[in-house]
Design a protein around this ligand. Structure first.
Ligand code: PAF
Length: 274
């Protein structure tokens, strides 16, 4: 496996290939990322993973400075998963001067849910993903469904700009108790890891009620917020939306339940399709 830090070297390495399958990450990898790498493997003639903690998608009060940088351990895991090339640029390589061109995704998709609570987040995500797709010459790119809205925003960006990239979603990986794998789970204490199960349990309950039919969506959302609050969480949202565009569902629409909530100082997100 090659570990490459500059765009020029990456271009040279990629000359030998026609169809890079790319898994963009911010490092601090877990089994969810590695599942994406394994899923990517048969989809291209070279498997590339990018590791870059993208300052542009963090608000000033968020965890950019403390986000774990674990390049060596990440590379060992990527190699074991069959990755061929790791692109891990330094900030000055990817953003040689302040990145003054930015991608602005449409408000109806990017200013709701995550975008409402993390203003500018999707501008940062789209800007870096656009750049990483260009650097890696991705023909296939894989993103986890745990970041459901991110996947949808990226899919739409790729479509609207006619980028020659197939965007593929990877299923959310969970531990045996149901907690969605996330780099931020590393911030949780052992007790909080137990408490964190309430998030997936709450979503599961809503999914069951929706599948049973005749449920009052507003009541389900409100009850879930109360459940989380009374267990000491600070929920940002629990929302039932339609899968197609994350707007309010109409009868018959395939739905997805999404939630974001803070447990102590750790903000977790999760979602389940109905
Ligand atoms: O999901 C992530 O890890 C990041 O948002 C991504 C897509 C790598 C962009 O920085």
């Amino acid at each position: 496996m090659q570990i490459i830090h500059t765009i020029a070297e990456l271009r040279t390495a990629l000359n030998a290939y026609r169809h890079p399958a790319v898994v963009p990450t911010m490092g601090n990898l877990h089994a969810g990322h590695l599942a994406l790498v394994r899923q990517a493997k048969p989809l291209g003639d070279v498997t590339v993973s990018t590791i870059f903690v993208n300052r542009l998608q963090f608000a000033p009060h968020e965890d950019f400075d403390t986000y774990p940088r674990t390049l060596e351990a990440d590379c060992a895991q990527l190699e074991a998963a069959g990755c061929d090339i790791v692109f891990a640029p330094k900030e000055a390589e990817l953003y040689p001067q302040p990145q003054t061109f930015k991608m602005h995704p449409p408000t109806e998709l990017a200013d709701i849910l995550e975008g409402h609570f993390r203003p500018g987040f999707f501008i940062g995500v789209c800007t870096v993903v656009m750049k990483l797709l260009a650097c890696t010459q991705a023909r296939t790119a894989l993103f986890g469904k745990k970041d459901y809205q991110q996947l949808m925003v990226i899919r739409n960006m790729v479509k609207q700009f006619a980028l020659p990239v197939d965007v593929i979603g990877g299923e959310t990986q969970r531990n045996e108790a149901g907690l969605a794998l996330s780099s931020r789970n590393g911030y949780l204490s052992p007790t909080q890891r137990e408490e964190a199960l309430l998030l997936s349990a709450t979503l599961k309950k809503i999914v069951a009620a929706l599948r049973a039919g005749g449920a009052d969506i507003n009541a389900l959302e409100t009850e879930a917020m109360l459940t989380l609050r009374s267990a000491g969480w600070m929920p940002d949202y629990v929302a039932v939306r339609r899968q197609a565009d994350l707007q309010a569902p109409q009868p018959g629409d395939p739905m997805v339940v999404l939630a974001a909530a803070r447990l102590g100082s750790t903000r977790l997100i999760d979602n389940m399709e109905v």
